[in-house]
Design a protein around this ligand. Structure first.
Ligand code: VG1
Ligand code: CO
Length: 568
């Protein structure tokens, strides 16, 4: 096939089993993607399934978290994209774009073909670990299920892919527009600049700078976990906000994330947690491999993500310029996320939505102007400024809040200059208004997939029989398998997690992960509300419910596991 003088080769191929995007894209071991035609097939399937207007003559954003294999796959996307008619590629320099930066770029540049993001997020990288490919639509958000199903269907029926002959690989380091074939340009852009500009337009940078200058006792430590966020963090925290370069750690992106697990939680970011505690750091934070997750803590408090989004929602219109300008139309959380944000919504007379796990479910509500701030318990926090969760956004939101609350207190109570209101104080204030939704999550990673399925099937069968029973002092009020009807397009997503809800509103939720690449990961989410006693250790406060969860599910019998891999 040839159009003008762009030469397109049609390569015969056969389908691979299992090219089905999970919670967030297709994630597999690198060696799986390295099989002949495997990656090409999936890329072609994305172009085949691409929603209207389709690839011909369209603009596509391409970038990823810098992990092993990424640069090769960027070149493949350019060749196959050109072969399918893409007219313009916008690519981060050296292929680098954090997930939120890619979402921002798709929106800013009106990329009508959306974007392809190369990441397996918080999964380890390197030749023996994971790679991933995710398609985002033109609104900048992860493709909805209808599109990921169409990609899977196209991949399952593929017989050929189309590849343009471009004559060698493109230099991904050269910023600027490059004509790679007649009617096809590749524009290499600074990976960070547009994102920094957007972040500056959302938050009160002047306030944060002033606060930093006047409050030498306030310290920040940001851990990039050797993922993609490093360069973004340097430009924002150091160059823009003036924090010392020593406020950053592990901020050089590495192909294998330094051999570690780039997942910001208490287990995998243990080094940060240790440094924050030992150094009495005021605000510690981390992000994941692709920059969409965040963890916030201080030397004396760990902010659970469910609380974090609720606190941000509580303060948003008071101190964050973006929300002062636009207002807040609604709030949302994923189903297993604690109901703290529901309390903020009720107090502010705002609608609150409960969606299945995965950021793709927030997009329609945002596009319809019904949702402004949302979060997931899995260290995901964000807003309608883009259509992905945004790690740095959440950390800057906390800086903005700490600076504002501190200044207000100084004005109102004449506290001495240089003092500040700590993360722990902000949480205490919050709990005194709303009470506390104690929350924890237990993850059992890489368990035998068949055993995990059996456990969930058994729960599904026995669940209804639990209603009315008292387990560990808690009476079961209802049991169901969460099902969601999108209020905007009416699409229905079933089997999104088994919920055991107790008479006192406590909840236990069981779900299988959709992001792993080996075996199965069982997640158990536990929540209990307490209006009075808000200063207990969460693990102590939730122990009876954890025991109840293990009893109901017989997890140890099914999986042979006595202890979880990760406790959040
Ligand atoms: C996990 C989280 C989910 C999140 C998803 C993608 O999915 O639970 O809340 O949206 O990861 O995040 P699962 O199916 O494994 O529970 V990321 O930063 O990995 O793109
Ligand atoms: Co991520």
């Amino acid at each position: 096939m040839s159009s003008d003088s762009l030469t397109v080769r049609t390569v015969p191929t056969t389908p691979f089993a299992g090219q089905k995007p999970g919670t967030s894209g297709l994630r597999k071991r690198v060696v799986v993607f390295q099989q002949e035609h495997y990656t090409e097939n999936f890329i072609q399937a994305i172009f085949t399934a691409m929603p209207a207007p389709g690839p011909r003559g369209a603009t596509l954003v391409v970038g990823g978290d810098g992990r092993f294999l990424m640069r090769d796959v960027v070149q493949k996307i350019i060749r196959i994209g050109a072969g399918n008619g893409i007219a313009r590629f916008i690519v981060g320099q050296d292929g680098i774009l954090s997930t939120p930066a890619a979402s921002a770029l798709i929106r800013k540049r009106g990329a009508d073909a959306g974007g392809i993001i190369l990441t397996a997020s918080h999964n380890p990288g390197g030749p023996l670990n994971d790679f991933g490919i995710k398609y985002n639509t033109r609104n900048g958000g992860p493709a909805p299920e209808a599109v990921t199903d169409a990609i899977h269907a196209a991949a399952s029926a593929i017989a050929e892919y189309h590849e343009a002959e471009l004559g060698g690989d493109l230099d991904l380091g050269a910023i600027g527009s490059h004509r790679v074939a007649p009617g096809c340009d590749v524009e290499i852009v600074d990976s960070v600049a547009d994102y920094v500009e957007l972040t500056r337009s959302i938050f009160d940078f002047d306030l944060i700078r002033r606060f930093r200058e006047q409050t030498p006792a306030f310290s920040l430590l940001f851990d990039g976990l050797n993922g993609v966020t490093g360069p973004y963090a340097r430009r924002i925290f150091v160059d823009e906000l003036g924090f010392a370069a020593s406020s950053l750690t592990q901020c050089t992106p590495l192909e294998d994330f330094g051999g570690s697990h780039p997942d910001p939680n208490l287990t995998y970011a243990a080094q940060l947690v240790e440094r924050v505690r030992a150094g009495r750091v005021s605000l510690g934070a981390a992000s994941d491999g692709d920059g969409d997750r965040n963890m916030v803590l201080s030397h004396d408090w760990f902010v659970t993500p469910s609380d974090s989004v609720a606190v941000i929602a509580h303060y948003a219109t008071r101190c964050i310029p973006y929300f002062r300008r636009h207002g807040v139309s609604g709030l949302a959380r994923s189903m297993p996320t604690s109901c703290a944000i529901d309390r903020v919504a009720a107090a502010h007379a705002l609608p609150v939505f409960e969606v299945p796990t995965g950021w793709k479910f927030f997009g329609n509500l945002m596009d319809a102007g019904r949702l402004s701030i949302c979060g997931e318990e899995s260290f995901g926090t964000g807003s309608d400024h883009i259509r992905e969760k945004d790690g740095i956004w959440a950390v800057v939101a906390w800086l903005n809040i700490v600076a504002w609350v501190s200044e207000e207190k100084l004005k109102a109570q004449g506290a001495s200059p240089g003092e500040f209101v700590s993360v722990h104080d902000i949480m205490r204030d919050f709990f005194s208004i709303y009470g506390r939704n104690y929350f924890t999550r237990y993850d059992y990673e890489e368990v035998d997939a068949a055993a995990a399925e059996q456990m969930v099937d058994a729960l599904r069968a026995s669940g209804p029989g639990l209603v009315g029973q008292t387990i560990g002092g808690f009476t079961v009020a209802s049991v169901d398998d969460f099902s969601y009807t999108d209020p905007v397009d009416g699409s229905v997503s079933r089997n999104q997690g088994l919920r055991v809800i107790f008479a006192d509103t406590s909840r236990i939720i069981f779900r299988l992960s959709g992001t792993g690449s080996e075996g199965a990961t069982i997640r158990i989410y536990i929540e209990r509300y307490d209006a009075e006693q808000c200063d207990q250790d969460a693990q102590v406060a939730l122990k009876p419910l954890v025991d109840a969860a293990l009893e109901i599910s017989r997890l140890a019998q099914y999986t042979g596991r006595q202890e979880p891999t990760v406790i959040t």
